[in-house]
Every structure is written in structure tokens, then in C-alpha cells.
Design a protein around this ligand. Sequence first.
Ligand code: CUV
Ligand code: SF4
Length: 627
Amino acid sequence: MDEKLLSIDSAVNELIKKAKEDGVETIFDRKENMKPCPMGEKGICCRICAMGPCRITPKTPRGLCGATADVIVSRNFARMVAGGAAAHSDHGRDIAHVLHMTSKDGNYKVTDEEKLKELAKRWKIETEGRDIYDIAHEVAEFALNEFGKPFGTLEFPPSLPEQRKKVWENLNIVPRAIDREVVTIMHSTHVGCTADADSMLNISMRTAISDGWGGSYIATELSDILFGTPIPRETEANLGVLEENQVNIVLHGHEPSLSEMIVLAAEDPELIELAKEVGADGINLAGMCCTANEVTMRHGVKIAGNFAQQELAVLTGAVEAVIVDVQCIFPALASLAECYHTKFITTSPKARITGATHIEFDEEKALESAKQIVREAILNFKNRKKEKVFIPKTKSHAMVGYSTKAIINQLDKVVNSHIDKPGTVKPLADCITSGVLRGAAGIVGCNNPKVKHDYGHVEMIKELIKNDVIVVTTGCAAQAAAKAGLLSKDARKLAGKGLATVCELVDIPPVLHMGSCVDISRILELVGLVAKQLNVDISELPVVGAAPEWMSEKAVSIGTYVVSSGIDTWLGVAPPVTGGPRVLEILTSEMENMVGAKFFVEPDPIKAAHQMIEKIEQKRKVLEEKF
Ligand code: CUV
Ligand code: SF4
């Protein structure tokens, strides 16, 4: 196996080599030996009841109950959507609980009062003359109610264009309460319920929409209220951000309620003193996966790497603790950490891992809990084995923190205040209608060893910006971009003339880091606002999406809500639906007639980028006739 082929990131390849020398295995080794099940790959294996498992073959075209390939594939797909929507939305719910816990003297406070009041007004909660914390608690209760309210439909944010809502109404896919949609999928996929691919996919769309425009949107808005709405700031990315002479703590997972407290704890003078006592120069925090996105957007905490790099951080031998909460955490970290001095600390009852050190994070005593966890890391510094340490030199400069509000602030730089009022997305809409920017692309999602690490993200982004398509990014895609230097303002030199000019005038990089996976709601918000500005539906905009290296159920939910929102979406890895001809037909063709967008599958990121550009130009033609 040629190790050079595994990643475009030299830090990754160097550490894969170290793994061999150290005699430990990583995902890259396990991938070599894993032979995926061909049934599972096509989605035609059903384990929904104990009469099975049933597998669809030419000799057995139906399960014992009579379920066809399409029935089985569509149910499996729906359950992936449910898993993903549940993960994002439960994260949103946790954040709502934290908002409900805020008080003037507590660990958790309201940081963005303006955003809180805006949201309160939207939800018709009285703000006049009230204590900010009374408002916060009522907003939190309102949000919590969105998960399980018995009647009515989801409260949509004002960024959702009316036209889009009509599309959903006509298809009967307007979500009701968020939990209810997830439960409906679990119910409908139970043996003896939905046995119709079309209906199953409608239900999937409704659930996915409740994630993107519901659970995830709530997670983002409430996180901003609690911890601040991100503004542009500088950071660095890749394993080179780990420090030889400091206590290195890697923050991995998703919910900012934990990582925010760790950031605070790491600033505690007593703990910094303790770090010095054990012989370190200080405490160095570095993020991984979406937690990295959360804390870099709000504090500039450096990014250690993305999903495929979590084991490699431990392999440097220089990490005192990997602190995790929920989602995207390799169970492999437990046994790997044992080969080094690293403490692998789980904190959430929702994600306990055999072999890990479990220190439950108590939100009621958040800062105290966080300090205890940081102290564990510091005390572990003495166990570091110098001869086992290897920190790759590689790191890149990046700009992060482009919330919708931050983008609008940047756009204000070019507003001619005699004609237009500041504080809107009009300059962006103008750039798109005039053709200076051909369009926009959201590049999101994970790493997947089926794709050469980071290759899918980086090549696609480069090709798009070269062709004057502005890119917004979240998740592990954003981190791939950061490591490749694409989030730096310098990356303008890789952009086409139109995009480079816009970047210069507005003072932004050509690729904008908009946050974590739940922050894809920021992308929906931005796109929705541009559509409203132009009085068109989202599906009419020259806007596309892609997940070149996706792997999680969350990504299936995301893909489904992005397409349901009217944005054509390219996947670099085929979802397990190829065994269901009708399912495939709906996802890759018929959805276009239903919601104005569909899925494309293209493993080659450059080919995919050109398909995306072609789609953008098609949409432009129609749009230009309107203006
Ligand atoms: Ni939530 S879902 S690997 S961390 S983007 Fe990264 Fe993002 Fe996928 Fe997970
Ligand atoms: Fe087999 Fe039907 Fe049971 Fe699935 S639900 S395992 S297809 S009998």
C-alpha cells in the first residue's frame, strides 16, 4: 500500500508512517482489511424484524413479509435520516436546556442579547422592560416546545422564503414537532408499516427539514445567544498546532456547552500555574471535528484536524488529553490512547466508550467540572514519553468566523449608503445577478476513507473558486480547506477574476468558514435571505451544495434537507440506495420536479465541480431573464 496515496495532507502521511513504526493501527489500516458487505452497500439487507435478516437476491426478490428491494432500501434510508436528524436536533435541545440554565451569576450567561431579543420578538415573547434572563428562559422553553409540541407545525425563521414553504405545503412535508418527525420515521419503518418508496421518501424529507430548519437552526441560534455570534478571526490549522512544551488538550465532539467551559477553565490562573509546576510552559487547546469549528469561530482556538485525524493526534505522543462529548468519536481512541500516555476522557452519558476515562460533565457545575477535566490533563503531562513524541510541522493560517451577520458586516463595506441601506445581503445578491460571482457553493461534510483524505474537499473547492464560484463551508470540509490554506485571504490568488475582486473589496477570503455541521443552518439562512432579497425561491438561485467525503447519518439528513430546500447536491460517496431502482430514481431525478433540486453522485471532485458549474450556469440563464 502506498501511504502517500492516503491523504493529500503531509502531516497525515507522516503520522501514518509513525503508526507503523510504533506498531499501532489506525482507520487507514482497518480500511485495508475491511471488505464491505455488498448487500449493505446497496441497501438491500433488512434487519427490521426477527423473521429476517432478509437479503434481496435474484432468487429472493422479496423479504419474508413481502417487502421489495425499494421498500427495504427506502426504509433503511429513512432510518439514516432519522438517526442524523436525531443527533443534530438532540444537540439543539441540549443547548436549549443550557439556555434555560443561564443566570446573571451562573456559569452560563447570555452573550448576544440582541440576538436573544430578536428571537424573542419572532416568537412573540415580551421583551419590553424585562430582565434578560427571564426572556432567555422563556425563549429556551419555546425552543424546547418545538421538539414535542402536540399541535401545529414548526416555527420557521424569517429567512425561509414563502415560495419554499408553499412547495413543502403542496407536498405535505411541512414538519410538525421535531421529535415527532423522528418518531414517525421509527414508527413508519417498523415491520408492517410504510411499504411504499415514494411515501417513505416524503416522510424522510419532512424529517430532514425539521433538522435543518428546526433542530440545527435552534442549535446555532441558541449557541450564538449563549456564547456569542461569531465574527471573523484568525486561527491556524493542522497537527502542527500542538506544542512541544505545553499541556496539549484536544477538544473533540460537538456541543459548545462543554468546550466553552474548557476554554474558560484553561484560562484559569491556578491551572496555568499548575501546568508550570508540572514543567510545561502553559496549556494549549486544539480542536477536532465540529467542536473545533465551534471554539475556533468564537475564540480562535486552533484546529488540530478533521475527522480522519483524531487517532493521529494521539499518535503524536504529545497530547495529554482528548476530551470528547458526542458524535464522530472513534471508539478506537480508547485502545490507542493506552499505547501512549494520552487520557481519553468521555463526558456525556450519551457517548460512553469502553476503556475511556469517564468524567461526567455536570452542566449545573459546569466550570468546576471543566476545571477537573483540565486538571486531569495537566497532571498527565509528567507521563509524556519524550522519545515517543513527534509533532508534524505542518499548519496553515486561516480566517474563520463568518456567521451570516459577520458576512453582512463585511458586505456593508461596499454599500453605497446614498442608494442602499446597510445591514442586508443586497451587495451579495447584486454580485450574483450581475455575474461578477457566477454563483455560490456550500461544501460540507466529513472524511471517508473511501476518498483520499481531504482530496475531495480541496480539489472541488479549488476548481469552484477558480471559476468565480464563492464557497461557504462547514464541518470537516471547512477544516480540510483551512489546512490547505484556502481560508486565508491569500487564497484570493487562486480565485477567478470576479471572485478575487469581490474578496478584495469586501475583505474576505474566497472560501468562508461558517461553522460546524449544525451551522449549515447559517448557510440556509444566507441563501434564504438572498432569495428573499431577489424575491425568488431558493431553487432559482445559482447555488449548489456538495459533500465530497461524507460518511455519517447526519450527512444523509443534511443532504436530504439541502435538496428539499431547493439546492442541488453532489455526493462524492454513493449512499446505500443503489439496490432500490425507484428510490434511486426519486433521489437522482424525480425530486427535481418535487422540490426543484436533486442528488448527484460523482466521486471525482473535479468532474463534480464542473457539473456544479454547469448547473449554476443553467440556473443563471433562467434567472437573468427575470432581471
Ligand atoms: Ni458534525 S458529521 S465527521 S464532525 S463533518 Fe466531520 Fe462535523 Fe462529519 Fe462529524
Ligand atoms: Fe424480512 Fe420483512 Fe422482517 Fe425486513 S421486515 S427482516 S424484509 S420479514
